[in-house]
Every structure is written in C-alpha cells, then in structure tokens.
Write a protein that binds this ligand. Structure first.
Ligand SMILES: [Zn+2]
Length: 370
C-alpha cells in the first residue's frame, strides 16, 4: 500500500519544495499546528522531495516510490510508542526499535491507521538514542538521511522524561552534514525551549472543509454527502474526521462545542447543535460527549473557585471561558447534565436530550444572553 496523497497545504508545499530544491531548507525544522491536520504526512512528503532523484518529489522515481511505501532506507519515521513491558533495562532500546518497526509494518498495510489517542505513549530516551545512533551512520542509498519525529512534545511526557529531549537536543545542535530532522507537534509549547530554539518553526494551518471532504470521499467509504457532513465537524483536521468516521471521538471536542453553544445564548446555535447529532448516529459518542462535558464543567468550577491547579485541562478551560463562570450556575448546570446522562442512557433520542440540556445550560450559564 502507498501513503494517501497529501491533502491541501498547497502554498506551504510550494514554499518548502522551493527551499528543499534550492538547498535553502534548514536541517532542523518543526512543523507545528492543530492535531490531525497532516503535519507528519507533510514531513514525510518533504522527506520524499529531498530524496527524489529529480529533486522534485516526482512520485515516479525509485526513491519516491520507496518513500510512498514507507520503505525508503534513508527516511526514518519516529513516533511515540507504548513503553514495552517487563523488559530488562539493557534490552529496552532494542525492544523500542522492534516496536517501532512493527508499527511501521502496520502503517504500510493500513496507512490511515491511528494509535488510540489515550494510549499511554511516549518518545522514550531509548528511541531517541536509537535515532542518534542511526544519524551518525552514512545514508544507505542517497546523499542524505531524513528523520521525522512525530508528536515531538511527547519527548517530555511523564513516561519519557526530559532525558529524551536532551538527547535529541545534542543532535539538533550539531547535526551531521547529511542529516535532516523534521519534528512535528500540536503542542510546541511543551517542547523544551532549547529544542525550539534549534529548529525553524513553521506553522501548518488547518485544512479547508472542502479539502477534508475530498480526502474522506477518496479514502473512506462514507460517500460524498457523508464526507461533507463530517468535514464540517472536523475543523480542518483529517485526523479528527477519521475519528468521527470511526465513531471514536473521545468526546472532549464535542463537549467543548456543546458548552460554547450554551454560552453563546443563541437559540439557533443550540438547535443547530442538536440537529447535527443525528448525523453522528452512534449513541456511545453522545454519552462520551456528555461525560466529557461534565469534566469540562468541573474544570470551570475549579477556575471559578480559585483551584486552577486541580483542573484536568487548564488550557482548554481558559480557551472556553477566559473569565471564570459563576460557580452556582455551574453547579446547577452539572445537575442538569446528570439528568441528561440518565435520559441518554435510557434511550431517549440524543437530539431531544441535547436540546433540553442546552436550554437549561444556557439559562444557568448565560442568563443575560438568553
Ligand atoms: Zn522522485
């Protein structure tokens, strides 16, 4: 199987391709932007352009074909992995490399495969050491080696500690002449400042709805109309669109939308949200969204009562409402939410449940706008 074509990002790709062919591309680049908008796919594409025998990313030469099959011997793709269990410390690096290669085999067979968002993964020190060791070897086929490190912010996650980031930093400080390193991240603020200062940081924008829809239409079997409907919900993210298609959305984005609609105080927004639910079908997704709504409201409550440190996702909480909401109103809203959860679990139509919940939340949380 080949990778699906890159969706969108036309202007950015022109700029990057020009830089790559003119030799003006810095060796260390960070592609940053929202989750699921194709940053790692772009990095793989840019790697293919650099390796192309015609220096264009022609898609036809041997190098391009190997790249699109994830088989190019000088393009190495690293990404967060689960930490192997019950492995002796001196075998950990070896096991991490095995796990990476196994995942690559799976991605070759199923290019749209995604790791579960909530899987406990990290870019472990052993993985970065493996990368560094490979970086000092000569390329196998062409004049250069390209490394892609996806979700680079996971280098400093709990499972991985800062050691991994510091190990990569050494490579970014003095990359061998024939080595390119492309990092991607949706949370670049979580990277060490020293890492950020060593890379050219490039912002990748969300895709247009039509680009997401065209991709879904071509790569999934949900049909043209389903593709457009899903694209509208996906906010420019193919990753999110694929989650919606698979009925796997974790609920937090839905919950954020739901609360925004309630806070806007606009009846038309509430109606629009409720009517959009029928398109999603699966009841499980709706129940997850209600659960997540509870978490987001409890985070708001933490902000409202001066306990920001107990919030689960403080960034999202502040984004949702820069000013703290009223604590009593939140408590009333949480009670409405409990009723909604019971109704939804008891097979009441999600449209009806959400319409009544949104009405109650709006009255509680945005009384002067309702
Ligand atoms: Zn080519």
């Amino acid at each position: 199987m080949s990778l699906p074509p890159v969706a969108g990002h036309d202007q950015l790709r022109r700029l990057l391709a020009n830089a790559a062919t003119s030799g003006g591309l810095p060796q260390s680049v960070l592609l940053r932007g929202a989750p699921g908008i194709g940053k790692q796919r772009l990095a793989l594409w840019l790697a293919a352009v650099l390796q192309c025998e015609r220096q264009t990313g022609c898609g036809e030469c041997r190098s391009c074909r190997l790249a699109s099959e994830l088989q190019h011997p000088d393009i190495h793709w690293y990404f967060p992995l689960e930490r192997p269990k019950r492995v002796a410390a001196n075998k950990l690096r070896e096991k991490l490399e095995e796990a990476r290669l196994t995942e690559l085999v799976a991605r070759r067979a199923e290019p749209l495969r995604r790791l579960a968002e909530d899987a406990p993964t990290g870019l472990h020190l052993g993985t970065i050491e493996n990368l560094r060791q490979r970086a000092i070897r000569r390329p196998a086929m062409g004049p250069r080696t390209v490394f892609i490190v996806g979700r680079a912010e996971q280098m400093v996650s709990q499972q991985a500690s800062q050691e991994a980031a510091n190990a990569l930093l050494k490579l970014l400080e003095e990359p061998p002449e024939d080595v390119h390193i492309f990092l991607t991240s949706s949370r670049p603020g979580a990277l060490l400042p020293t890492v950020r200062s060593r890379v050219l940081s490039i912002r990748v924008l969300p895709l247009a709805d039509e680009e997401v829809a065209a991709f879904l239409d071509a790569e999934t079997d949900i049909g043209t109309e389903g593709a457009h409907r899903t694209a509208r919900l996906a906010q420019g993210s193919i990753g999110r669109a694929l989650q919606i298609v698979a009925g796997e959305e974790d609920g937090y984005d839905d919950a954020e939308r739901l609360l925004r609609v309630a806070l806007s105080g606009k009846r038309a927004d509430r109606l629009g949200y409720s009517l959009s639910l029928s398109a999603r079908g699966a009841r499980g997704g709706f129940l997850r969204a209600l659960e997540a709504t509870g978490e987001l409201m409890r985070d708001q409550l933490a902000l409202a009562t001066g306990n920001a440190e107990s919030a689960l996702d403080i960034e999202r909480a502040r984004r949702l409402s820069p000013e703290p909401l009223d604590a009593e109103a939140l408590l009333a809203g949480l009670e409405s939410l409990e009723h909604a959860k019971l109704a939804a679990a008891g097979n009441v139509n999600p449209q009806a449940v959400s319409a009544s919940l949104l009405g109650e939340l709006a009255v509680a949380l945005a009384p002067d706008r309702t």
